[in-house]
Design a protein around this ligand. Structure first.
Ligand code: UTP
Length: 483
């Protein structure tokens, strides 16, 4: 039975949040029903604790007496025996159908400011294909190559669930079998103002935010992902984020290390460009595996240290590419009450006491989120931490221009693909700063690696004096040459 107005009133009064019902009398019956349903979903015990500990008092600062660098498996190169063994084990796991894909795409994408789900962003510099389409083409390639089905679990949130589903439908699920695509919703958390009160987004709606990418862990259980994966014989999930255009989904090397070392949770890591780079640092703090956010570096000055040769000691940047074993997810979710929360001070639009919408000029409230990498602190033995090169692996899209942006991702991928074309005997012209002088795009369904590109291109020569797009079948679609 859904909550009644009286029940909502009683619970809200007990929590000191009854002000959110101040416009009740002006709501119609449908709005009332929606609002009651939303209120009933709130975990008041959790939110009450977060308000007490994080808003009404200053949260205690964590201190560590010992921070150690994480031992990294060196970048895969040549035919190093452990890498060959890992690749073979990963390929076998893929053929056996032990691997599923887990994409987190529930974020609000506020910095990019794109109307619609971030995954629908037309990232293809020539084709204008979306991030979702690129990831789907990678999946089609892997399914073809390993003769397997890679079920794709996609986490969305109230912020974008309907639009994401509609986008997949209107694009024919990108040629994938809809029976192997599974959308699930993460939970939402109420935004809290600086006095510890819930905020209204509308007269009959709370201001809410998705509960962070760490929300994928309980969401996997609550929405039957783990049960579905087990039914299909899956043992581990390849976790990736929608805004990493380059990410290698279900990378056989990574999967192989994960299975061979019997890992619970594995991570890829790239060596940071400099100590203050805006990426979390993977390390071990008083014996627990952690990722420390770049915003917290000043709290842990050890993380800024360099060795006698000037090399960073803690250079392991964590780009949020993981493998999670199903057993581990189940165990972490049983311990989820002790999972850490993070607080972000943000500008949160709200409805004021007169019912007027306010867009605050400066941060006015808090959003609470959990982060997936905090699951690392629950692992019981040494995790797999594989070092990767950024090229072809990590181009996050947070904004249009600047660091971690659309424009920097276009450039990084053009550089990466230009090397493939150079190697294929179609040298790409460079500008006076050594950057590709044309726009380049190669469908990951056609080729995921340079090796595959050379094999499939089979001696073809590509015109590189103009923008160039190689589609999933290897057809060349190029713009007219510049006059
Ligand atoms: P970010 O933390 O960069 O957030 O998410 P965002 O929503 O993309 O962008 P901003 O911060 O609002 O500008 C990294 C990845 O985690 C997912 C995002 O969809 C993205 O793939 N994510 C984030 C979720 O799935 N749920 C969340 O609650 C937060």
């Amino acid at each position: 039975m859904a909550w009644t107005h009286e029940q909502a009133q009683a619970v809200l009064a007990e929590q000191g949040q009854e002000h959110v019902l101040r416009f009740w009398s002006s709501l119609n019956s449908e709005e009332r029903a929606v609002f009651l349903e939303e209120l009933e979903q709130v975990d008041f015990r959790l939110v009450g604790r977060l308000i007490r500990e994080w808003v009404l008092s200053e949260p205690p600062e964590e201190r560590f007496s010992r921070i150690e660098p994480i031992p990294l498996i060196p970048k895969v190169a040549g035919d190093r025996p452990d890498a060959v063994e890992a690749r073979e084990a990963g390929e076998e796991a893929l053929r056996q159908g032990w691997v599923g894909l887990f994409l987190v795409a529930g974020g609000q994408g506020t910095r990019l400011g794109f109307e619609g789900p971030k995954g629908a962003y037309p990232i293809g510099p020539v084709s204008k294909k979306s991030l979702f389409a690129f990831h789907a083409e990678k999946i089609r390639n892997l399914q073809r190559r390993y003769g397997c089905v890679l079920p794709w679990y996609i986490m969305v949130s109230d912020a974008n669930a309907d639009a994401t589903r509609a986008f997949f439908r209107s694009h024919g699920h990108f040629g994938l079998n809809p029976a192997d695509i599974f959308f699930l919703k993460q939970r939402m958390m109420p935004c809290i103002d600086e006095k510890g009160r819930f905020m209204l987004a509308e007269r009959g709606r709370l201001a809410m935010n998705p509960n962070g990418h760490g929300g994928c862990l309980p969401a996997m259980i609550e929405n039957g992902v783990i049960a579905d994966a087990r039914r299909r014989g899956i043992r581990a999930l390849s976790y990736f984020q929608v805004d990493n255009w380059a990410v290698k989904v279900a990378d056989p090397y990574f999967i192989g290390y994960h299975f061979l070392r019997n890992a619970e949770m594995s991570s890829k890591n790239h060596w940071k460009n400099h100590v203050r780079e805006a990426v979390g640092v993977h390390c071990r703090c008083d014996g627990e595996y952690r990722v420390i956010e770049y915003t917290e570096l000043d709290r842990y000055p050890q993380l800024l240290e360099v060795d006698a040769n000037g090399r960073m000691i803690h250079g392991a940047g964590n780009p949020a590419i993981h493998i999670l074993s199903l057993d581990f997810v189940e165990r972490v979710v049983r311990l989820y009450d002790s999972f850490p929360w993070h607080r972000a001070h943000k500008k949160i639009p709200y409805i004021d006491e007169c019912g007027e919408r306010v867009n605050p000029p400066k941060p006015n409230g808090y959003k609470f989120e959990t982060f997936v990498f905090d699951a690392l602190r629950f692992i019981r033995h040494e995790p797999v931490a594989l070092e990767i090169a950024r090229a072809g692996e990590y181009t996050p899209i947070k904004q249009f221009e600047g660091d971690n942006s659309v424009t920097s991702a276009w450039l990084r991928m053009a550089e990466y693909w230009a090397e493939w074309l150079d190697a294929a005997g179609s040298p790409v012209p460079r500008d006076d700063q050594g950057r590709p002088a044309v726009r380049i795009e190669i469908s990951p369904e056609f080729a995921l690696t340079q090796e595959e590109f050379l094999a499939r291109a089979a001696g073809r020569v590509f015109p590189t004096d103009r923008d160039l797009y190689i589609d999933p079948e290897g057809n060349l679609l190029s713009a007219p040459a510049a006059q």
